[in-house]
Design a protein around this ligand. Sequence first.
Ligand SMILES: CC(C)(COP(=O)(O)OP(=O)(O)OC[C@H]1O[C@@H](n2cnc3c(N)ncnc32)[C@H](O)[C@@H]1OP(=O)(O)O)[C@@H](O)C(=O)NCCC(=O)NCCS
Length: 168
Amino acid sequence: MNIRPETTVDYLAIAEVNNLAFGRENESQLIAKIRLSDFYIPELSLVAEVDNVIVGHILFSYIELFGEEKLQVLGLAPMAVHPQFQKQGIGSALITAGLTKAESRGESLVIVLGHPQFYSRFGFVPSVNYGIKSSFPVPEDVFMVKPLNNYQAKYQGKVIYPSAFHQV
Ligand SMILES: CC(C)(COP(=O)(O)OP(=O)(O)OC[C@H]1O[C@@H](n2cnc3c(N)ncnc32)[C@H](O)[C@@H]1OP(=O)(O)O)[C@@H](O)C(=O)NCCC(=O)NCCS
């Protein structure tokens, strides 16, 4: 398996993997909208290839945290692995590669809405532990954060997702 940043020629294959994994097109449409926005980070849209075929994808993009000041943090969403390649460690490898890249960029914090048992393996903890809230009602244990090396205590407040997320 090889993990690398996406290029424009990957867009169709990435959409197909997301459509298959989620069984709908909302997530591939979300990815397309994020790419057109100021919140897109090309080097944090990663693909996993097996035999040069894209079988997995993960996207980290900017979302805003409103506290005493407005801060940019990373949101992990969406992530998808082709159904025939799930449960082989590809999703975990994509998360680990993304977190390593995020650290190397000097990012401060990653936010994810997802399954606690899965994401806690990578150091995600409930966001309330860090004084960070979702702007929409969601169970506390599924809204999680992972502070990176550059994390500072000022990273508190309410997370506001960009408009691209509103239709998902
Ligand atoms: C979530 C997903 C990307 C994980 O990819 P993967 O390559 O199968 O992940 P890994 O093989 O690294 O890890 C699999 C582990 O994650 C757990 N897991 C994966 N999805 C899970 C879910 N929705 N709920 C609970 N646990 C989940 C599995 O139980 C498995 O645990 P195990 O290691 O104890 O067997 C993949 O299952 C997928 O594409 N799902 C559909 C899309 C989706 O729900 N994306 C996440 C929300 S953005």
